[in-house]
Ligand binder design. Structure first.
Ligand code: DX5
Ligand code: ZN
Length: 220
């Protein structure tokens, strides 16, 4: 398990060509991606529907890299076991969703998966404080979740990333800080400077003419 200071590049499959899924997964691996980010949307927690556990299970046999599953769902607890069975390596749920957060995180950990908690741009850092010693990843959304290709919300979210980093250091914790939404060659540096180390990008990576070069440039 990499430490929370190592930069991790995680292309979001949301922006891939789903008619060529296996090739797109291979392309991301060949390009040097560390994780593959899978954006699950239920059409209720967010105003969009993407895919479910069967999509994750379809990808699993073709992916050697970590499957980083982001559940943008009102009831992640109801479907957790199906995403675990589908082969997720780590599962991130939202603090704003309608579930017993501590219980869902404990079930994720008990299954041996990486355990993440996400918060939307409008949600204050204080909301996740009670759970920071229960997770190994905090996902600070840098757009309002639901669609790829949106603009990076710098002013609303970077102070929160810095707050998460400072809290981690002052409390001897070690969770990754992941950002997701509007991450490109410009904003990746801003997010990194504030303390994020896991960079989710859909458009800027799967949409790049040369994905390997785009991944490389996100590492500097
Ligand atoms: C939430 C999704 C998107 C996606 C990344 O809406 O989680 O943020 O992963 O989209 P891009 O990188 O295209 O902004
Ligand atoms: Zn995501």
């Amino acid at each position: 398990m990499s430490d929370c200071k190592t930069r991790i590049i995680a292309p979001s499959i949301l922006a891939a060509d789903w008619s060529r899924l296996r090739e797109e997964v291979k392309k991301a691996e060949k390009a040097g991606a560390d994780w593959l980010h899978l954006d699950v949307m239920d059409g209720h927690f967010v105003e969009n529907v993407s895919f479910g556990p069967q999509f994750v299970a379809t990808i699993r046999p073709h992916a050697r890299i970590t499957l980083d599953v982001h559940l943008m769902m009102t009831r992640p607890d109801k479907y957790l076991d199906r995403f675990i069975a589908a082969g997720a390596d780590r599962i991130t749920v939202h603090i704003e969703a309608d579930h017993d957060v501590g219980k869902t995180l404990a079930r994720t950990r008990a299954a041996g998966l990486g355990c993440g908690l996400a918060l939307n741009p409008a949600t204050p850092f204080e909301a996740v404080m009670p759970h920071l010693n229960e997770i190994d990843l905090l996902l600070v959304m840098t757009v309002v979740p639901g669609f790829g290709g949106q603009a990076f919300m710098e002013n609303e979210t970077m102070p929160k990333v810095a707050e998460a980093r400072d809290y981690r250091e002052s409390h001897g914790l070690s969770y990754h800080i992941e950002v997701d939404g509007g991450i490109d060659q410009r904003t990746v540096g801003i997010a990194g400077a504030h303390g994020a180390n896991v960079m989710v990008a859909g458009t800027a990576l799967f949409g790049a003419p040369d994905m390997a070069e785009a991944v490389r440039k996100m590492r500097v």
